[in-house]
Design a protein around this ligand. Structure first.
Ligand SMILES: C[S@@+](CC[C@H](N)C(=O)[O-])C[C@H]1O[C@@H](n2cnc3c(N)ncnc32)[C@H](O)[C@@H]1O
Length: 227
């Protein structure tokens, strides 16, 4: 009698699959979109298409980036899921340590150059405590709750943690129009896009060390002034 097939997950345990993907990712490491598709993050051209703007800002400094922080590890309440974009960044920045923050506990493989911290992005003290001792970040990405008030609190707390010349990115700005995320009609306060409008004032009035603000569809990239 033929043996029944083992479930796929048992035949190919996730840590082994991830290790194989990591080695493939090293071969593809110059191509951010290929990495996003390899790891299955919606930043890929098949999803939100954030990889092209990220690559245009970060491609030339790939080997110089030493520290990256992403708010939102992924997987929500599923402890064993998430980390797709962190793994993408780890392949793309061969010399960087990748930190991820999530509200939920995570139990995913972080052996090489990855650290997951638990914090609530709506609470400045929680963010500061989690990141105590971390050096300035070359890149911070906010892909967390996307609730307007949280996006603003997180920026106000963490922009000072961006290294000189580094980048702070806010994703999924469509949430500024969605009441489930504290959004509403164009122009209302308390959203990611309201923050973007304030940052334009800050840039022109020199109220913050901002060198440039790059706006893409659903994505804002704030460039901190250099030394
Ligand atoms: C869209 S997923 C992140 C996806 C991941 N960055 C990627 O591209 O693979 C959003 C994550 O934010 C986390 N999150 C939600 N609210 C949060 C909060 N207040 N503080 C920190 N993380 C939060 C969720 O648990 C979820 O895992």
């Amino acid at each position: 009698m033929a043996r029944p097939l083992q479930p796929i997950a048992e035949r190919f345990p996730r840590p082994a699959v991830n290790r194989a993907k990591h080695w493939l990712g090293i071969a593809l490491s110059y191509d951010l979109d290929a990495l996003a598709r390899l790891w299955g993050t919606d930043k890929a051209s098949t999803g939100h298409a954030y990889t092209a703007p990220y690559a245009s800002h970060l491609g030339a400094r790939r080997w110089r980036v030493r520290s990256v922080l992403e708010i939102g590890v992924g997987g929500y309440g599923f402890t064993d899921f998430g980390g797709e974009s962190m793994r993408m960044w780890r392949n793309y920045f061969p010399r960087a340590h990748i930190y991820g923050i999530d509200l939920e506990p995570k139990r995913i493989d972080t052996r090489q150059r990855m650290t997951i911290l638990r914090a609530d992005q709506s609470d400045p003290e929680s963010l500061r405590a989690a990141l105590a001792g971390c050096l300035p970040f070359d890149l911070i990405v906010d892909d967390g709750s996307h609730i307007g008030a949280h996006v603003i609190t997180t920026f106000e707390t963490l922009f000072e943690r961006v290294a000189l010349g580094g980048l702070y990115a806010i994703e999924d700005l469509w949430t500024s129009y969605d009441p489930h995320y504290g959004g509403g009609p164009p122009g209302i306060d308390g959203t990611g896009l309201a923050l973007a409008r304030t940052l334009l004032d800050d840039l022109n009035l020199r109220r913050r060390p901002i060198a440039a603000i790059h706006a893409y569809e659903q994505l804002l990239i704030v460039e901190k002034s250099g030394a």
